[in-house]
Design a binder for this molecule. Structure first.
Ligand SMILES: N[C@@H](CCC(=O)N[C@@H](CS)C(=O)NCC(=O)O)C(=O)O
Length: 210
C-alpha cells in the first residue's frame, strides 16, 4: 500500500477507530484534517469523497472508502493475521456484536448533527450535553453486561479486536461528556489496557489535535 490518506477530525470517534486499526496494522498513512466545527465535512470537495458528509474517509491507492467499521473489516480481511477479527466464524460474530453495540447503537444518536438538532428543540441550555451523557451512560452499562459474559484481557480474548477499537473512542467521549464510569469496571480495565498499547496511544485525539 503506497498511498494511504485518512480524512479525519481529531475528536471524531469514527476517525479515531480507523487510526487505531491502521496503526495496529503498521500501515503508513497521512492525514488530511476535515474541521467539523467549521462544517468542512459538508463542503462540495469533501462530499465528493463521502456523500454522507461524515469523517472518516480513507483513500487507498485512489480507492475511496467510507464507514469506519466497513473500513476496519476490509483491513481485517486484508490482514487476517492482525486478529482485528478472530478466525472462528462464531467468535467473529461475537466481536461484531460488541463493536456494533457501540458503533450502531450508542455513537450515532450522540453524533454532532443529532445533538445539535436536539438543542434546537428545547430551551434547556445543556440539552446537548445531557442527551449525550444519558445515551452514552445507558449504552455503556449494557455493554458492561455484555462483557461480563466474556473472559479475557480485552473485549474478546487476549488481544485487541474491532470491539476494543470501537470501545476506546466511546470511553474517550464518555469522559469528555462527564459520564460516571465508576461502576463500569470491565470497561475501565480494558480501556486502561488498550491505553498501554502504542497503536492506541498514537491514535489518541490528544496526539492528533492541531
Ligand atoms: N457510521 C459512520 C459514522 C461517521 C460519523 O458519524 N462521523 C462523525 C464524526 S465521529 C461526523 O462526521 N459527524 C459530522 C456531523 O455530524 O455533521 C462511520 O462509522 O464512519
Amino acid at each position: 500500500m503506497n498511498n494511504v490518506i485518512l480524512y479525519d477530525y481529531w475528536r471524531s470517534s469514527a476517525s479515531y477507530r480507523v487510526r487505531i486499526a491502521l496503526n495496529m496494522l503498521a500501515i503508513d498513512y497521512r492525514t488530511v484534517a476535515v474541521n467539523l466545527l467549521e462544517g468542512k465535512q459538508k463542503s462540495p470537495e469533501y462530499l465528493e469523497l463521502n456523500p454522507q458528509g461524515f469523517v472518516p474517509a480513507l483513500v487507498i491507492d485512489r480507492q475511496i472508502m467510507t464507514q469506519s467499521l466497513s473500513i476496519i473489516e476490509y483491513l481485517a480481511e486484508l490482514r487476517p493475521e492482525s486478529r482485528l477479527l478472530p478466525a472462528g466464524i462464531t467468535d467473529r460474530q461475537h466481536v461484531r456484536a460488541l463493536a456494533y453495540a457501540v458503533a450502531m447503537d450508542i455513537h450515532p444518536i450522540c453524533n454532532m448533527h443529532v445533538a445539535a438538532y436536539v438543542a434546537t428543540l428545547t430551551d434547556k441550555a445543556d440539552a446537548r450535553e445531557e442527551w449525550a451523557r444519558h445515551f452514552i451512560d445507558v449504552g455503556l452499562r449494557k455493554f458492561e453486561v455484555m462483557l461480563s459474559k466474556l473472559d479475557g484481557m480485552f473485549c474478546f480474548g487476549g488481544t485487541p479486536t474491532m470491539a476494543d477499537i470501537c470501545l476506546v473512542p466511546q470511553v474517550y467521549n464518555a469522559r469528555r461528556w462527564g459520564v460516571d464510569l465508576t461502576d463500569l469496571r470491565r470497561i475501565v480495565e480494558i480501556d486502561g489496557r488498550c491505553a498501554e498499547l502504542p497503536a492506541f496511544q498514537a491514535a489518541h485525539p490528544d496526539r492528533i489535535k492541531p
